[in-house]
Ligand binder design. Structure first.
Ligand code: NCD
Length: 325
């Protein structure tokens, strides 16, 4: 157990997270995972606090997961959707955020299609001296810190359910397959997996997995087979068609033929390999349905389930941080 104390007000990126900070998140998530197994899976920890969800982009998992996490901690939640908001009347994003702050919001959970929006709102909150914490729930192609933290928790709890730690992944081969270049999930996962000392391999077509990503300390493969060879964990990523403004692929069928994950291809991996996908998945494109639904192989439901405990941990840590400034 680490003796450090959490000091961050915002969670915007994993780029500069220290190993002990990952360990605090993992250990706090394990405690909340235990709470979620109780007959009454709720604690009064954030009673009276307000968590506002500002989702400028569509979301099923992340939004519901944060909402449930906040409710399990007994916080009150506010929900903002651009379609039904005053944004349509010309209000700026910052003014929308300020309106929610004026309702004594303590934490803002922000998803936006443009990279950097959560950072901008966090800066404004700091400038105004609000003491409000901002969580990046996915900004453009940049980062998705809580997705990577729940992926990390899912990986680290495979061997040690009760006391997951970052060192548990040392030397494990983790292969990420798909549309890396447009993926905020890949970026955040590379930060956390590097901190954990995992061996990271990226696979996909050259248009979606540029060689220059190797400068991040990962190995890039344009052929799937060597990337899968002896892997302990394989993570499939969705083709982010909404972010492809050029022709990156000849066709989905061809993509599946070259890079689609199948049961046969996974035999190249370590025996007992586990499969992850952040969702939403395109069945028959990045992976076949039978492997996605195989409970011996797929960690997809565990990822979703763990997401609530990990987001409870993040909400709790940011709201109880000892900030000295
Ligand atoms: C991801 C996202 O939105 O970045 N999904 C998620 O949050 N679970 C990945 C994706 O959209 O493909």
């Amino acid at each position: 157990m680490t003796s450090h104390q959490w000091r961050r007000r915002h969670l915007l990126s994993l780029a500069d997270l220290e190993p002990w900070e990952y360990d605090i998140v993992l250990q706090t998530s394990a405690s909340f995972a235990e709470v979620l197994m109780r007959p009454t899976p709720k604690v009064p920890t954030l009673q009276g606090r307000v968590v506002a969800m500002l989702f400028f982009e569509t979301s099923t998992r992340t939004r519901n997961s944060f909402e449930l996490a906040a409710k399990r901690l007994s916080a009150d939640t506010l929900n903002f959707s651009p379609g039904t908001s005053a944004l349509h009347k010309g209000e700026t994003i910052l003014d929308t955020a300020k309106t929610l702050l004026a309702m004594n919001t303590n934490l803002l959970v922000i998803r936006h299609q443009y990279s950097g929006v959560p950072h901008q709102i966090a800066q404004e909150c700091d400038r105004l001296g609000t003491g409000v914490g901002v969580i990046n729930a996915g900004d453009g192609q940049h980062e998705h810190p809580t997705q990577a933290l729940l992926d990390l928790f899912t990986l680290c709890t495979q061997n040690n359910v009760k006391q997951p730690s970052l060192t548990g992944l040392q030397g494990c081969k983790v292969t990420i397959v798909g549309d890396i270049v447009h993926s905020r999930v890949a970026r955040s996962n590379i930060h956390s997996l590097r901190a954990a000392g995992a061996e990271i391999h990226l696979a996909g077509p050259p248009t979606l997995v540029p060689k220059m990503w190797q400068t991040l300390g990962v190995q890039v493969h344009w052929q799937l087979e060597p990337a899968l060879q002896s892997a302990h964990f394989v993570m499939a990523l969705r083709l982010q068609k909404e972010r492809m403004h050029q022709h990156f692929l000849p066709s989905l069928r061809e993509y599946h033929r070259e890079y689609g994950l199948t049961r046969e291809r996974l035999t190249l991996c370590q025996p007992g390999v586990k499969l992850l996908h952040p969702g939403p998945a395109n069945r028959g494109v990045e992976l076949t349905s039978d492997i996605m639904d195989d409970p011996h192989l797929s960690l997809v439901s565990q990822q979703v389930n763990n997401g609530v405990a990990v987001r409870m941990a993040v909400l709790y840590l940011l709201s109880t941080a000892k900030i000295t400034d």
